[in-house]
Design a protein around this ligand. Structure first.
Ligand code: GAP
Length: 451
């Protein structure tokens, strides 16, 4: 089955995602909101499955990581302590003519912004670009009825700070001993100057972050450990090994808090190429020491057996749920020609554990008791996993509709079912069909979607 390599996968995915109910532009009927997206019925299942896999691997399957769900709105001093008020900025230039804004390092800008020869990449005017000024990426809002500077709060630009300020609450309530971690999944907001590429860079997104608290001196050991764990997790989602690589941050790239950092990058193909989907950071004691300083509260850990107190170092793993969803979609998308058929097929080869619908159930024809049998089977399977019942159109077309949304298995009720109670299970990727007793279908599929 030859695969047609497609240079414009992202464009095709945007269209497929809208048509089949994965992802819609936010407030579309009003013309859309800049780089904000809504997840439709299939998209919400896909992203939820991804988050569940992360939660399982990071929290439920381990005894040294606890879960947390901290609030989005935090005390404004948090963001002074974290360094975000002072340094979470991008250099921005404005065009006085067309009023558009660009990052100062936008490669489309010709010349040096602020000088007469600089040319606006949008309207083409020369000498209209301002000098770069720093623009803070945090969204601001007001808490309470008075809109003054005393009531400013920020929408969090990362979930990590909610973990640091709860470090001792979690440690003391769970009696965890260092080394241990705290994990959470939640929304983050950044007023990005140049968002884009669908759900790759948006202004509202979800992060899955884990902060691992360790004794100073053991931090590089744990850093290496988490790099490997996290790369393996991405592979376990079915992301192709050759599309994944590490990128080490140079001294210039390191964030203000980081002693060492590696990105896990995924090859999105086309003009995007290899891009970060996750960061693994050695943050030292930057965060805990800053919160200790700004809050005036001690955040030290007491190591009872050795009778010593210390401020733990932190190894962070931070992955975007939306960006990884996009990686899963790009990795899965393929257009194939099928032997003996004129029309090809579009397939989302999503890992069965992530697929929004696990099985399609089809009566071969709308008579002879087949629809009734298929509906009963659908109702039974639905108690265990998401299924889709479809009796409309030719059977080939029904298979194609499920291939396009990544459904790994299709079950067909046919003439033989009515004689001996067996059905066929068709595999999305191999196109092989096997005949099994209808009573066994739930157990067979359940076992396959868990692996
Ligand atoms: N706490 C550390 C932190 O936030 P980051 O590298 O800025 O580190 C981590 O972000 C991950 O969050 C990124 O690897 C990416 O997957 C996701 N992310 C960051 N900004 C994003 C945006 N504007 N849109 C979508 N995902 C984003």
């Amino acid at each position: 089955m030859p695969v047609t390599a497609s240079p414009d996968v992202l464009e095709k995915l945007v269209s497929l995602c809208k048509r089949r109910g994965f992802i819609f532009q936010s407030s579309e009927i009003y013309g859309g909101t800049g780089s904000v997206w809504d997840y439709g019925p299939l998209g919400v299942e896909l992203k939820k499955n991804l988050k569940d896999r992360w939660w399982h691997a990071m929290v439920r399957a381990r005894d040294d990581i606890e879960g947390l769900d901290a609030a989005i709105l935090m005390h404004p001093r948090v963001w002074e302590a974290s360094g975000h008020v002072a340094t979470f900025t991008d250099p921005l230039v404005d065009c006085r003519n067309c009023k558009k804004r660009f990052r100062a390092d936008d490669p489309k800008i010709k010349g040096t912004p602020g000088t007469p020869d600089a040319q606006c990449p949008a309207c083409g005017m020369k000498g209209t670009l301002s000098e770069p000024r720093l623009f803070n990426l945090m969204f601001k809002t007001y808490m309470g009825p008075v809109e003054d500077s005393a009531s400013i709060v920020y929408l969090r630009p990362e979930t990590a700070q909610g973990i640091y300020v709860n470090f001792l609450n979690v440690q003391q309530s769970t009696r965890q001993k260092v080394p241990f971690g705290i994990a959470q999944i939640g929304k983050a907001f950044r007023n990005e100057i140049t968002p884009g590429n669908f759900i790759f860079r948006t202004r509202e997104f979800e992060q899955m972050e884990m902060q691992f608290f360790v004794e100073p001196g053991t931090d590089m050991h744990w850093f290496e450990y988490w790099k490997e764990q996290r790369l393996n997790w991405h592979k376990s989602l079915g992301l192709a090994a050759e599309r994944l690589e590490f990128h080490q941050h140079s001294k210039e790239e390191l964030a203000h808090y980081a002693r060492a950092a590696f990105d896990i990058q995924f090859d999105f193909g086309g003009t995007l190429g290899f891009q970060e989907i996750e960061g693994v950071h050695n943050r030292g004691d930057f965060d805990l020491s800053r919160h200790q300083e700004y809050s005036g509260k001690k955040l030290e850990y007491f190591d009872q057996p050795n009778n010593k107190r210390f401020l733990p170092f932190v190894v962070e793993t931070s992955v975007g749920a939306d960006r990884t969803t996009l990686a899963v979609l790009v990795n899965a998308f393929r257009e194939e020609s099928v032997e003996g058929e004129d029309e090809g097929r579009t397939v989302l080869g999503i890992h069965p554990s992530l697929a929004p619908i696990k099985a399609g159930v089809f009566p071969l024809v709308k008579k002879d008791g087949m629809p009734e049998f298929a509906e009963k089977l659908t109702a039974e399977l639905r108690q265990r996993f998401p299924v889709f019942y479809d009796e409309s159109g030719a059977i080939g077309r029904r298979y194609r509709r499920q291939d396009e949304v990544g459904t790994p298995y299709c079950i067909t009720v046919d003439g033989q079912t009515m004689e001996d109670g067996t059905v066929t299970i068709r595999d999305r990727d191999t196109l092989q069909q096997e005949r099994v007793a209808a009573d066994h279908v739930a157990r067979i599929i359940q076992a396959r979607i868990l692996t």
